[in-house]
Design a protein around this ligand. Structure first.
Ligand code: HEC
Ligand code: HEC
Length: 250
């Protein structure tokens, strides 16, 4: 009898329904909702006729037309099923998502009812070619180029925190969290700065956008309350432990 029970428990484990609420949190802290909208219906994303007119895709209508493996491949490679590359998607950061989180994320995307209309494809302006020459890349090529540039490993105890920083912070702080090589004012710095933060201070920054000393810090303060607030206490603690360990390795 006991082995039958064992098999039953094992099967129940495999068939566990995806966690839609967790999927929504992931979509929040990975920025899907910031860029594609609360109803995932997309909006004008880049409005500079000289450079490009681009919309973030209406996922509420596109997702039902795609299979899970197709959507997984798009998120991990930056290409649609027809092979065309996406622009402006931070695929280099998203591709780190593991299978369990991806399953919950896709379950939540599928739970959002279709709304709005499909948006036109990107229209390139005269400056677009110049931007390409200066190094601007589509999401697929960028992810390829940055393959292998990852936050340093600091051991199994802090691996969860490292993983979460890739999903939640790398889009702005860079694939290896080092920030840009030649930072300009307002750019996201090397996350070594986080070593000066205690856990309560980091929690306040991610939940409210207020940096140490109650400062408002540009884009970070704008985006934290929109997306990073969705990180749980446990996830923030994991990231804090990783960022401390990372800073000590430098
Ligand atoms: C920085 C903004 C940004 C973020 C963050 C972002 N997207 Fe996008 N996404 C875009 C833009 C812009 C496009 C349109 C790209 C194009 O037309 O070339 C797009 C396109 C897509 C497409 C392709 C749709 C099609 O045409 O087939 C999918 C799928 C997608 N996003 C899913 C997601 C998911 C899921 C997340 C979160 C994990 C996410 N995006 C996060 C900006 C973003
Ligand atoms: C949407 C982009 C974006 C994301 C996502 C993001 N950051 Fe930032 N972050 C910034 C920018 C930009 C700055 C610099 C702001 C300034 O000084 O004007 C910054 C600054 C910071 C600072 C320094 C604040 C200070 O004391 O001056 C810390 C710490 C920080 N970010 C932590 C994080 C962590 C941890 C994550 C992931 C959980 C994260 N950020 C995700 C854009 C982002």
């Amino acid at each position: 009898m006991r082995w039958i029970l064992g098999v039953a428990i094992l099967l129940a484990g495999c068939a566990k329904a995806p966690d839609v609420a967790h999927g929504r949190r992931i979509a929040t802290f990975m920025g899907c909702i910031s860029c594609h909208g609360e109803r995932l219906d997309g909006h004008l994303f880049e409005e500079n006729a000289d450079f490009a007119i681009a919309y973030s895709a209406n996922l509420s209508r596109i997702v039902p037309r795609r299979s899970d493996p197709e959507l997984a491949a798009t998120l991990r490679t930056g290409r649609r099923p027809d092979g065309s590359a996406l622009w402006f998607m931070p695929t280099f950061a998203h591709r780190a998502i593991d299978d369990a989180d991806l399953r919950d994320l896709l379950a939540w995307l599928r739970s959002v009812p279709p709304s709005g209309k499909d948006h036109p494809a990107i229209v390139r302006g005269p400056q677009f070619a110049l931007a390409l020459k200066a190094g601007f890349q589509d999401s697929a090529s960028e992810a390829e180029r940055l393959k292998g540039r990852e936050p340093i490993e600091t051991g199994p105890a802090t691996e969860r925190g490292r993983y979460l920083t890739r999903l939640a912070c790398a889009e702005c702080h860079g694939p290896d969290l080092h920030g840009p090589k030649d930072p300009r004012p307002g750019d996201a710095p090397d996350l070594a700065v986080a070593a000066a933060y205690g856990l309560p201070e980091l929690t306040t920054l991610l939940r409210t956008g207020r940096a140490r000393g109650h400062r408002l810090v540009g884009l970070m303060s704008e985006e934290a309350p929109k997306r990073l607030h969705a990180l749980s206490d446990a996830e923030i603690a994991d990231m804090h432990a990783y960022l401390e360990a990372r800073a000590q390795r430098r």
